[in-house]
Design a protein around this ligand. Structure first.
Ligand SMILES: *Cc1c(COP(=O)(O)O)cnc(C)c1O
Length: 358
């Protein structure tokens, strides 16, 4: 078996243990004579997986029964639209922080539905960053406030959740369960699973039930949170295999232990940032206070050197280090499942590359 170090931003690397368990169970799931992909989503085998995934997510996020955990389709991107469709009515205002490409994408969809107030705009700032607490302006009486906790493309991350004065909604697609956080400060948390939680095909939504009850009742059933809450995400056929993989990943997260994982994530990021700061060759793209622990972004002196860096890293088994096409540069995505030895290999490669080209 030859696994590479996959620095891809999403879909991203999965724990090898999880892949192997899925492989072992693929053709004949626990003696049932069929795979989990072929079973009824209303049968007892699948039901156990589904409910364990819900319970594990609730436990890991530290959420009580005031919250519903949903598994929806359409990715985080559908949430950009579903949230305002449900909660941003006529004559109301929702606050949005626009601090990067994903925040901007959420704003764009919300504006199609209702009135958006930009609490802070630093989307185009270089070095990339999140807004300071003092520069965010919250609307009194806003129906909700929306933030993107980690901007996956620029590599900037909120280090704490802001006090916003209205129900806080957070897109945590690229940093959910990567660090200790009081998740119950949020009224809604959502995340495409393919970065920190499993494969693509399923989006996690954790939502306060009392908030969901206020959702627009004239929407089609599939677009209402209330529908999915009442049906435990089984109103229609859910993405069973993706949820099964998410279940295995949450089991793995519990086994590693959140404390160990959080420390490991911080240490992994620090190793690369230390290498950047110790060199005059590499330049971090995010402001230091807001550097992401999940997506480490940096530049080399020229684009030619960046191309060479990506090519030679790939030849050395370190894949997908190319920055997002909209910004260029290098991006090392090191989510929960990314191994420490992969980070050590990258740092060694960075030093060697600088010695040869610096
Ligand atoms: C990847 C990403 C998205 C988009 O997720 P999809 O599941 O592809 O819709 C949204 N927000 C953030 C912060 C992301 O990293």
């Amino acid at each position: 078996m030859a696994r590479v170090y996959n620095f891809g931003a999403g879909p991203a690397t999965l724990p090898v243990d999880v892949l192997q368990e899925a492989q072992a169970d693929l053709v004949d799931y626990k003696g049932s004579g069929m795979s989990i992909m072929e079973m009824s989503h209303r049968g007892k085998e699948y039901d156990a997986v589904h409910n364990e995934a819900v319970a594990n997510i609730k436990e890991l996020l530290g959420l009580n029964d005031d919250y519903a955990v949903l598994f929806l389709q359409g990715g985080a991107s559908l949430q950009f639209a579903m949230l305002p469709m449900n909660f941003l009515g006529e004559g109301q205002t929702a606050d949005y922080v626009n601090a990067g490409s994903w925040g901007a994408a959420a704003v764009k969809q919300a504006r199609l539905i209702g009135n958006v107030s930009i609490a802070a705009d630093c989307q185009k700032d270089i070095p990339t960053r999140m807004p300071e607490l003092s520069e965010m302006k919250w609307t009194p009486g806003a129906v909700y406030s929306h933030i993107t906790t980690n901007e996956t493309i620029s590599g900037a991350q909120f280090k704490a959740l802001p006090e916003t004065g209205s129900p806080l909604i957070a897109d945590m697609s690229s940093d959910i369960l990567s660090r200790p956080l009081d998740y119950s400060r949020c009224t809604v948390i959502y995340a495409g699973a393919q970065k920190n939680l499993g494969p693509s095909g399923v989006a996690l939504v954790a939502i306060r039930k009392d908030f969901a009850e206020k959702g627009n009742i004239s929407l089609p059933a599939m677009l209402r949170y209330q529908t999915h809450i009442e049906n435990n995400s089984l109103y229609n056929t859910p993405p069973c295999f993706s949820i099964y993989m998410l279940c295995l990943t949450t089991r793995w997260l519990k086994k590693v232990g959140p404390e160990n994982l959080f420390k490991q994530n911080r240490d992994k990021a620090q190793l690369i940032y230390d290498a950047i700061d110790a060199s005059g060759f590499y330049r971090g793209t995010a402001k230091k206070e807001y550097r992401s622990d999940m997506n480490v972004t940096f530049r080399l002196p020229t684009e030619e050197l960046e191309t060479l860096f990506i090519k030679q890293a790939s030849e050395a088994g370190m894949k997908q280090l190319k920055g997002h096409r909209s910004v260029g540069g290098i991006r090392a995505s090191i989510y929960n499942a990314f191994p420490v030895d992969g980070v050590q290999a990258l740092v060694a490669f960075m030093k060697d590359f600088e010695a040869r080209n610096g």
